[in-house]
Write a protein that binds this ligand. Sequence first.
Ligand code: NAP
Length: 312
Amino acid sequence: MATADVVTGAFSYTGSFIARRLLAAGHQVRTLTNNPSPPPDLREKVASAPLDFDDADNLVRFMRGADTLYNTYWIHSNYGAEAFAVAVQRSKTLFAAAREAGVRRLVHLSIANPSASRHPYYASKAELEQVVRSAGMSYAIVRPTLVYGEGDVLINNIAWVLRHFPVFAIPGDGAYRVQPVHVEDVASIAVSAGLSEGDIAVDAAGPDILRFEALVRILHRGVGSRSMLVKTPPALALAGARVAGFIVKDALLTRGQLDDLRAELLVSAEPARGTIRFSEWLPRQQALLGRRYASARTRHQPRPALLQGSNT
Ligand SMILES: NC(=O)c1ccc[n+]([C@@H]2O[C@H](COP(=O)([O-])OP(=O)(O)OC[C@H]3O[C@@H](n4cnc5c(N)ncnc54)[C@H](OP(=O)(O)O)[C@@H]3O)[C@@H](O)[C@H]2O)c1
């Protein structure tokens, strides 16, 4: 019989790429999600139930018989500290349900350098890694850097600003580095980690390490932007991001995100496991990249209860 796995968020971003990899490897995939719009190719192949942390019994029932839980659940970085404390508690509920359901292995999506920042997104990721270690299942912690690919938020939104504004403010000297990783690479690293043995923690980072200014210039060329690139004091760049954020009713860039970016937390200290090159991906995607603003926050607005029914 085919191995059955559960992926949280298989109809959303990274989870959908993990689900496709597992299906291609002959596994059955179920998902816990509140996303009412499955990608067409997953609709018939992936059974779903609501990711309802208030109904632990249903979580247990749904996960029974599964071998591995791939957990992508987390909230976006522009929430406050209280929301992250709740997200940690919810993750604990999910892990306890997985253990009770007899799930053997937990593959948990964390973030690169989780202990290196005091901001709540990172601090609670670091805290949650400790929870994973004592969750009573064998585990693999996968720590992506900056994930990009079709449907991403950050790279798309840099391109969106470059397409739609006459000026792009590069915060500070722009010399700090980032190491983007393609979402296909993240999925491949996560599935390999799921299929391996033993308790492990691995970074998921791509083959290119770029200075932020270089990344912006590549995108600038790629999308044919006429925007003027200006290096500004970080506070001014944040003010500019607030103006753009006002237009789209979202936080484009928070002080915490900018601090972490400038502290090079989106760079791995490990040899790169990803193989997809940013420079090879961009020409395939540049016609669409940044045409529309992508909001991580509105993607996960509470959804009407009617839309959350199980289709198992
Ligand atoms: N994207 C990056 O650049 C990046 C970088 C480093 C690490 N990571 C980590 O990789 C994992 C996956 O990230 P992703 O960008 O692929 O996320 P995503 O698909 O947007 O969301 C992942 C999961 O979290 C759930 N979720 C998100 N916001 C929520 C909210 N406000 N309330 C309730 N549920 C919410 C989603 O629910 P639905 O299924 O209902 O949509 C989905 O199950 C996360 O742990 C993230 O921290 C991402």
